[in-house]
Design a protein around this ligand. Structure first.
Ligand code: NAD
Ligand code: UD1
Length: 331
C-alpha cells in the first residue's frame, strides 16, 4: 500500500489513478484545505477501485502513528503542502509550518514505523533564476520566496536523512509546470479564488468567468518577449512518480534527484494560442507589467530522468490543452 498525502489535490489525484491502475493499493491522507472529498469518488469512477481516504493533517503525529500501525504502508508519496508563491510572502509561518514541519512530522512517523521509501514533490523553483538552459540537476539552487525556500529546506532534510541511516529510498522530484487533466474529464485542477498560475487563468477566461488575461510582461529576452516555461501534462507527471517509485523499490537504498519536465519551452502567447485553438474560444488578453519575482525562461534537461528512470514525457501541448479544456468545461 502507498500512502499518498495530498492525494485529493491536483497532482496527487492523478498520481493515485496511475498507481491504482498499476496495481497498487492507495491510502490518501488530505486535510482538504485545497481540495474536495468528491475527488475520491471521481478516482473510484475512473479506476473502478475506491482508494482509502482519511481526512487529516500531516502535522498530526498521533494520526500518522495510527495510520502506519493499521495499514501495510510500504511507501509514501508526499504531495501535501501549500504552493502559492505570493501567499507565501504574506503568511510565511503557515508555509514553514505546513511544508517543513509537516514533512518532518511525516518523516518521523515513517522512521518510527520503519517505512523508508519517500517520494517528494519538489519544484523547478529551487533553481532560482537560471544561469543556463536547459536546467540540469546540478544547477545551483536558490530561493527568492518562502515557498521556494520550503522546497530547498525539505530537499536538504531528505539528503541529511539519507546519509544518517541506511535503508532510505528517497526521490526528490523537481516538477516543471504541470498542466492538463485526466482524459476522462473527471479530475483536474481546481484552484480556489483567483488562479495564480497561467493555465487555470486561461481556462477561466475561455469559459467566460473572467473577461481577460493579464500577460505579465512582453519585454523578456525570449522569442516573443513573454515568459517561457516547460509545461508538462499531469498524467506524464503521474507516470514519472510511478517510475520513481519503481526505481526506489528496486534498490536497497537510493537518493534520486531528478527533473520532471518535457525539455521544451513555450511562451505565454504560444500557450494562449494553443488553448484558443483547441477550445475554439476567444482568449482576450492585455500586456501588463512583469510579475515581481518572475524569470524569463525555464525548461528542463530531461536526460537524467530518461537515463535513470527510463521515463520520458509522452504527451504534448495539444494533449494538455484538449484534456484541460474537457475538464474546464465541467460545471
Ligand atoms: P494542490 O493544492 O492541488 O494539492 C495539495 C493537497 O495537499 C491539497 O489537496 C491540500 O488539501 C492538501 N494539504 C495541504 N496541506 C496539508 C496538510 N497539512 N495535511 C494534509 N493535507 C494537506 O497542489 P498540487 O498542485 O497538487 O501540488 C502538489 C505538490 O506539488 C505540492 O507540494 C506543490 O508544492 C508541489 N508542486 C506543485 C506544482 C504545481 O504547479 N502544481 C509545481 C511544483 C511543485
Ligand atoms: C509559478 C511559481 C513557481 C512555481 C510554479 C509552479 C511564481 C513567481 N512562481 O511559476 O514558484 O513552482 O508556478 O506552480 O509564482 N503568467 C501570465 N499571466 C498570468 C499568470 C501567469 O502572464 O495570469 C505568465 C507568467 O509570467 C509566466 C508564465 O505565465 O511567464 C507561467 O506562470 P505560472 O503558471 O504562474 O508559473 P511560473 O511562473 O513558472
Amino acid at each position: 500500500m502507498i500512502l499518498v498525502t495530498g492525494g485529493t489535490g491536483f497532482i496527487g489525484s492523478h498520481t493515485t489513478v496511475t498507481l491504482q491502475q498499476a496495481g497498487h493499493d492507495v491510502l490518501i491522507l488530505d486535510n482538504l484545505c485545497n481540495s474536495r472529498p468528491e475527488v475520491v469518488d471521481a478516482i473510484a469512477a475512473i479506476t473502478g477501485t475506491r482508494p482509502g481516504f482519511v481526512e487529516g493533517d500531516i502535522r498530526d503525529a498521533a494520526l500518522l502513528d495510527r495510520l502506519f500501525a493499521e495499514h501495510p504502508i510500504q511507501a509514501v508519496m508526499h504531495f501535501a503542502g501549500l504552493k502559492a508563491v505570493g501567499e507565501s510572502t504574506q503568511i510565511p509561518l503557515a508555509y514553514y509550518d505546513n511544508n517543513i514541519h509537516g514533512s518532518v512530522t511525516l518523516l518521523q512517523a515513517m522512521q518510527k514505523a520503519g517505512v523508508r521509501t519517500f517520494i517528494f514533490s519538489s519544484s523547478a523553483t529551487v533553481y532560482g533564476d537560471p544561469q543556463k538552459l536547459p536546467l540540469t540537476e546540478d544547477h545551483p539552487r536558490s530561493a527568492t520566496n518562502p515557498y521556494g525556500h520550503t522546497k530547498l529546506v525539505v530537499e536538504d532534510i531528505l539528503e541529511n536523512l539519507y546519509h544518517s541511516e541506511s535503508g532510505w529510498r528517497i526521490a526528490r522530484l523537481r516538477y516543471f509546470n504541470p498542466a492538463g487533466a485526466h482524459p476522462s474529464g473527471l479530475i483536474g485542477e481546481s484552484p480556489q479564488g483567483v488562479p495564480n498560475n497561467l493555465m487555470p487563468f486561461v481556462a477561466q477566461v475561455a469559459t467566460g468567468q473572467r473577461p481577460r488575461l493579464n500577460v505579465f510582461g512582453n519585454d523578456y529576452d525570449t522569442p516573443d518577449g513573454t515568459g517561457v516555461r516547460d509545461y508538462i501534462h499531469v498524467m506524464d507527471l503521474a507516470e514519472g512518480h510511478k517510475a520513481a517509485l519503481d526505481y526506489c523499490q528496486s534498490l536497497p537504498q537510493a537518493l534520486l534527484t531528478t527533473n520532471l519536465g518535457t525539455g521544451k519551452g513555450y511562451s505565454v502567447l504560444e500557450m494562449i494560442q494553443a488553448y484558443a485553438q483547441t477550445s475554439g474560444q476567444d482568449i482576450p488578453y492585455q500586456i501588463t507589467a512583469r510579475r515581481p519575482g518572475d524569470i524569463a525562461a525555464c525548461w528542463a534537461d530531461v536526460t537524467h530522468a530518461t537515463q535513470t528512470l527510463g521515463w520520458t514525457a509522452r504527451l504534448g501541448l495539444e494533449d494538455m490543452c484538449r484534456d484541460a479544456w474537457r475538464w474546464d468545461q465541467q460545471p
